[in-house]
Design a protein around this ligand. Structure first.
Ligand code: ATP
Length: 288
């Protein structure tokens, strides 16, 4: 095998709770993660030269060791003594720095792809350990589907498949720093938390209406004041027929869940025109 083509899919959070502070500086999280169909294309090819070469459709994306796809290839080559290099082409469709784990998903795809391409037979557990070194969301991106993520995000429990729904993603142009969002959260008292167990029960019962009406992300308490468009987008999702709406991860992307494709498509068009934002994407729940 000389090359491999992969789809690195985006994720949304159905819930995101911060349940404590850890000694290592990270927050103790409890969140329900869900893969969506939207993906970056990741092409990996063996080359004779002993280095990693990256190419992307986004000219401003770093293509050196700052890129998570590069880091993934690098760590595998070093750890398993691979002298051959790789050429990696990233065709990005997932909005960058959006709370959709685009970089983490590219990273997971390269870990998975290198394992296959070089016949390394790395176990799931070992690959997950390497993944965590590269980012908190990377182990989940390797697993995909519906999962409860705890700890930094690496303690994963597979959940039953989330019922199908159409998903409209809308990303404000403004970026939010993940570090700044979590830091701001430390300065406030939270008066409510997601009912994670209730959402898990709703998933088990295949009750999309109950899932949608209990979406919750504690980070909205600080992200909405920082970027008021998040709150406005949420209102607009509901006005345009969403069953429920939430900010994904540390934002700023807002998504709406819809039970009908046409309704979702119309909502996406209305929101795109109303808010004059480029990144409005219609996708759907993806179960691996
Ligand atoms: P998460 O939800 O895991 O916090 P995110 O969706 O908020 O992720 P990413 O799209 O992963 O954010 O990008 C965050 C930063 O990572 C960007 O500043 C970007 O420059 C850098 N980055 C490194 N590698 C990649 C990659 N392959 N794709 C996108 N961004 C990357």
């Amino acid at each position: 095998m000389n090359y491999i083509n992969l789809k690195a899919r985006a994720k949304i959070n159905l819930t995101l709770d911060v349940v404590g502070q850890r000694d290592d500086g990270y927050h103790e999280l409890k969140m329900i993660m869900q893969t969506v169909e939207l993906y970056d294309r990741v092409y990996i090819k063996k080359i004779d030269k002993p280095y990693i070469k990256l190419k992307s459709n986004l000219e401003w994306l770093p293509l050196d060791s700052r890129n998570l796809a590069y880091k993934a290839a690098d760590i595998i080559r070093t750890k398993y003594g691979i002298s051959q290099g790789v050429f990696i082409e990233l065709h990005k469709t997932i909005p960058v720095a959006a709370g959709l784990a685009g970089g983490s998903s590219d990273c997971a795809a390269v870990l998975y792809g290198m394992n296959i391409l070089f016949g390394l037979k790395i176990s799931r557990k070992e690959l997950a350990d390497i993944a965590l070194k590269l980012g908190s969301d990377v182990p989940y991106c390797l697993m995909r589907g519906t999962a409860l993520a705890e700890g930094r995000g690496e303690i994963l429990t597979k959940l039953p498949e989330c019922p199908n729904a159409w998903v409209v993603l809308a990303k404000p142009q403004m970026s939010l720093s993940t570090a700044a969002v979590y830091k701001a959260l430390d300065d406030i008292d939270l008066d409510s938390h997601p009912n994670t167990e209730l959402v898990i029960k709703a998933i088990e019962d295949k009750d999309i209406l109950k899932v949608a009406s209990n979406l919750s992300n504690v980070l909205e308490n600080v992200s909405i004041p920082m970027c008021p468009m998040i709150g406005k987008l949420k209102k607009s999702m509901i006005c345009n027929g969403a069953l429920g709406t939430l900010m994904s991860g540390s934002g700023p992307t807002v998504y709406g869940l819809f039970d009908d494709r046409i309704k979702a498509q119309m909502a996406a068009e209305t929101i795109k025109n109303e808010f004059k934002i480029r990144d409005v994407i219609l996708t759907k729940i993806f179960n691996a």
